[in-house]
Design a protein around this ligand. Structure first.
Ligand code: FAD
Length: 434
């Protein structure tokens, strides 16, 4: 049985069915304490998606139950306790347990480690990880990005070699697209791939590659020599083992909790089957692979988690009842609900193969901007004692992550340009099929 995705999450009940006092709620910090809901009862039950069979309640509750296991909870608590100047560790055990059950990539075919479910199921995984504060760049890069590329254009041998390990949480990919002088304008990338014997020689520098030190392989965009000057027509995607001779991985220090790297490719010689698909197919593959991230479902999940924890922390401090603050938070709660609906509408478009670029741009822009705003509001309202607030265990990570949300997967300015261009051309990003 499907359930509307925006059905209110259960509020922990106290004695005689009253909302639980904050201390009881703190055992389950991802549940909503109900204060805002009592102040704004009509906010409940937004169910625009009620008629669609797009949620997967079994998967959702399976993931929630799994993440309650004490050893996984302990691993996540170690992640959230990352000191402000340290890198946040990869929760490998959480990933492997999700992978064992086919939940990292549920929409993949069973022979590649998935459950043969729809794209909705993978969106449920993405949303649940965000709601539970599980660092997700390894999943996004490995499953949504490199995995989507391999499934779309890889040979059967490539898929067999990589996909089951990726879906199991054992093989990690890093995404090697951005360069020192090619970010938003990826078309000006300078990394080249030229034929060398039976294979390829790659040369160039990639940067802002997330979590590369944890990764085994990179999916690397390069201009394939002999395919013209137009980067869109000449881009190929290559699988690069990150311990290969000629590959140098160098850390970059930033405020972001997940470490970035620069990857130097000094005449890296790869076999012929390092290329995924055809030379020149890379641009469309990498654009398509950004689809799930641009639905904004992960950003909307972060906004919800951080907001609920902010409310719980203010409630515990007795700082919630002031009317002006309740109004402000109530308005933000409504915004987060509608941003979630927008994200799921984009997921629906993706699952039905009709998500256009402008709709994805709108969803990515709004959800990431909103999550960023919530993180910074929380940091402002909770003040310098944030490190020790048990009601908001990952507030410091949230504040460190916030600046990157509106840059990763296409900056806000680029999303707005895409959206505005479509609207000025008379497009309707959300046009329904007739
Ligand atoms: C959290 C995070 C994770 C990332 N992970 C990866 C990864 O794993 N692999 C990878 O390859 N890359 C990754 N990146 C890099 C990311 O893709 C780039 O940061 C992004 O594409 C922007 O490129 P840039 O940093 O070169 O900025 P630039 O493109 O130089 O942009 C700088 C500023 O100028 C603005 N701007 C640029 N062009 C225009 C324009 N035409 N109109 C208006 N404004 C414009 C931008 O919006 C931005 O504010 C990650 C980035 C972040 C923040």
């Amino acid at each position: 049985m499907s359930r509307p995705v925006d059905e209110p999450r259960p509020v922990a009940a106290g004695p005689a069915g009253r909302p639980a006092p904050p201390d009881e709620l703190s055992a389950a910090p991802d549940e909503f304490p109900g204060t805002i809901r009592r102040a704004f009862p009509n906010n409940d039950g937004v169910s625009v998606l009620a008629a669609s069979a797009i949620d997967d309640p079994e998967l959702r509750s399976g993931i929630r139950n799994l993440l309650r296991k004490p050893e996984l909870r302990a691993e996540l608590e170690r992640v959230w306790a990352t000191p402000p100047d340290a890198d946040c560790p990869h929760p490998e055990r959480v990933y492997r347990e999700l992978g064992e059950r086919g939940w990292l990539a549920p929409h993949w075919p069973r022979r590649y480690g998935g459950l043969a479910a729809s794209a909705y199921a993978t969106a449920v995984t993405a949303e649940e990880l965000a709601l539970h504060g599980v660092p997700d760049s390894v999943r996004v890069n490995t499953i949504d990005n490199a995995g989507a590329t391999l499934l779309a254009a890889g040979s059967e041998e490539q898929r067999q070699r990589f996909c089951p390990g990726m879906a199991a949480g054992e093989i990690v990919f890093s995404v090697l697209y951005t360069e020192p002088h090619a970010g938003s304008d990826l078309g000006s990338m300078a990394t080249t791939a030229e034929p060398a014997g039976d294979g390829w020689r790659l040369a160039g520098t990639k940067t802002w590659n997330a979590r590369t030190a944890q990764a085994h392989f990179g999916v690397c965009a390069a201009r394939v020599r002999g395919h013209g000057d137009n980067a869109y027509a000449a881009t190929g995607l290559f699988v690069v083992p990150l311990d290969h001779p000629g590959v140098r991985v160098e850390p970059i220090a930033t405020v972001n909790p997940e470490r970035f790297f620069t990857v130097r490719l000094d005449d890296v010689v790869l076999p012929a089957d390092a290329l995924v698909g055809a030379p020149g197919q890379g641009w469309s593959l990498l654009s398509e692979a950004l689809g799930m991230e641009r639905t904004g479902v992960c950003f909307a999940g972060r906004a919800r988690r951080w907001f609920d924890q902010l409310v719980a922390a203010l409630h515990a401090r007795g700082q919630l009842e002031e009317a002006e603050r309740v109004h402000r938070l109530g308005a933000l709660d409504a915004e987060i609900r509608s941003c979630r609906l927008l994200a799921w509408r984009a997921v629906q478009g993706l699952a039905e193969g009709r998500l256009n670029g402008a709709a994805a741009a709108a969803a990515k822009w709004w959800t990431s901007e909103l999550a960023q705003r919530v993180a910074w509001l929380a940091f402002d309202l909770l003040g310098p004692a944030v490190h020790s607030d048990r009601h908001f265990p990952d507030l410091v990570l949230a504040a460190r992550e916030a600046p990157g949300l509106t840059l990763a997967a296409g900056t806000s300015e680029i999303q707005l340009t895409t959206l505005a261009t479509d609207l000025l051309d008379g497009g309707d990003p959300w046009e329904e099929p007739t």
